[in-house]
Ligand binder design. Sequence first.
Ligand code: DC
Length: 231
Amino acid sequence: MTKFVVAIDGGAGSGKSTTAKGVARRLKFFYLDTGAMYRAFTLKYLRNNGKGEEHVNMKLVRQLLGRTKIDLRQDGGETKVYLDSEDVTLAIRTPEVSSSVSQVSAISEVRVWMVAKQREIAEGKNVVCEGRDIGTVVFPNAQVKIFMQADLQVRAKRRIKELAEKRIDAETEQVVENLRFRDEHDSNRRHSPLKKAESAIVVDTTDLTIEQEIGLVRKIVEDRLESNLDI
Ligand code: DC
């Protein structure tokens, strides 16, 4: 059984990764980045989609799911993402992957596979898990549920800074468009769309610094932990 789950959901660039990572590090919880898992599978799909088909090739997706291994390993303070034993931590952040990940992750077979894998990874651990459907589908019984949001332009600025730190060039317009497209797609898909869980606490990070948003969420988690002393 998973021990204590902090579920953090929100749109692309809402601050959830930075917050989830920061809170996990300070509380010594396992950081489970579910977006990285969807990105890793999308990378595999793109590498195998020889014909460069515009619409997702379902037959190929099914074939690939049957022979894919995705793993998240905590290495010091960093989380490394492995796809079939290859370290793809950087490769999953390119604009090519960002442009296709929403379509690939909307496929129900992909989601079922991912949710099972996410629960398996979390087994027996205290986790901070971030994504789009964590409080609603993956861990509906999470002890803490947070829904993060922020203004689109602010999110774009943060994303460009993050990419620059990874030495990935991106045009502002392209980033804004990608965030807008993914929000729209992720929120309106049929299977487990991005949605605030009923009991989730909304944290708007538009005017918050990283330290403030981590501090705020950490306080919420610590208050909840205090009333859960049996973990
Ligand atoms: O968190 P991120 O931006 O790295 O996520 C990449 C994409 O993966 C996102 O646009 C939608 C998808 N995703 C999802 O559908 N469900 C999740 N739990 C996490 C991510």
